[in-house]
Design a protein. Structure first.
Length: 319
């Protein structure tokens, strides 16, 4: 049986104990080991977690800053647009721009300004606007073909503003509707009827239809029809009606003096037609008030209004 050399075992055990003690007591050695493990893992996987999270935090901060900048730009842009529209209204007032043109131009400028604002915000957010503009152009073509009627209304609005068949404040009749024009918009014309109904007529329809504009001329001719019974003195009727017209200060002598004609001999009456010129604003008041005066004055003068009647003659043929 061989013997063990104790002198060789003891130095080896002492060396192992010293190595273990140095590893346990020295934190630097542990950290070095951990870093070595991380480096080995990074080499194997090819992924740097530290760089990844640093870049992620940096990108998140940049995105938040972009969003904040976009919000600030939006409210700043709205303020600038309001100031621009206010400035335009000031120019309109100084140059006495027609109310119809004001409304139309304001709508167009406002729409264009908001489109520019939205594109600018998209650019600030880092989105490529070139592709968006190309997409909008393609979509615009498709939408334009689908909404050809709307584009025709826009073109009709432009034609109305260029040729001015009517303007804001005019009393017109078109498309079976009668009222005062209160607004000419990009796609429609708004009128207010005498019983305060608001009617919107598409610009394309109204621009290609017959329009009766009662406000364009400075003067209008008023006409009354008066029927009296047969046997009435025609000269006396003419004298009374002419006297009523001359007594009214709204009746003008130009472009023509008031006249009264015997217009027709009808079945049960003779009909007179009275005509006079008044200013446009006085048309309806003059018409209704003279109507009432004629109705009250003629009976006092012994002139009667006829009732429909039919004379029947019976012949006796008995011999």
């Amino acid at each position: 049986m061989s013997s063990i050399d104790v002198s060789e075992i003891v130095p080896a055990a002492q060396q192992s104990a010293d190595t273990l003690s140095s590893v346990i007591e020295a934190p630097d050695s542990v950290a070095t080991g951990i870093r070595a493990i991380e480096q080995t893992f990074d080499k194997v996987t090819g992924f740097d977690y530290q760089t990844f999270f640093m870049n992620l935090a940096s990108d998140a901060v940049w995105v938040v800053l972009k969003i904040i900048l976009a919000i600030v730009l939006y409210y700043l842009g709205r303020w600038i647009i309001r100031r621009l529209l206010s400035f335009l209204n000031h120019i309109y007032d100084r140059r006495n721009v027609d109310l119809s043109l004001r409304s139309f131009l304001t709508g167009v400028v406002k729409a264009v300004a908001y489109v520019i604002l939205v594109l600018t915000i998209i650019q600030v957010l880092g989105i490529n606007t070139t592709s968006i503009v190309a997409l909008l152009a393609s979509a615009g073509l498709a939408v334009g073909m689908a909404l050809s009627g709307t584009l025709q209304n826009f073109a009709g609005g432009v034609m109305i503003l260029l040729f001015k068949p009517y303007k804001v404040g005019d009393y017109i009749s078109a498309q079976g509707q009668t009222g005062t024009v209160t607004d000419i918009r990009i796609f429609s014309t708004q009128i207010l009827t005498t019983d305060h109904q608001t009617i919107y007529i598409p610009n394309n329809s109204i621009s290609t239809s017959i329009i009766d504009n009662f406000s364009q001329a400075e003067f209008r001719r008023v006409e009354w029809s008066v029927s009296v019974e047969y046997g009435t003195d025609a000269d006396r009727v003419r004298e009374i009606i002419i006297g009523l017209l001359h007594a009214d200060g709204r009746v003008l002598s130009e472009p023509a003096r008031p006249v009264v004609y015997l217009a027709a001999m009808e079945d049960s009456s003779i009909r007179f037609s009275a005509r006079a010129w008044v200013r446009n604003a006085d048309y309806w008041d003059t018409f209704f008030e003279i109507n009432e005066k004629i109705y009250k004055t003629l009976p006092r003068e012994g002139i009667a209004f006829p009732f429909p009647q039919l004379d029947v003659t019976i012949k006796n043929n008995n011999n």
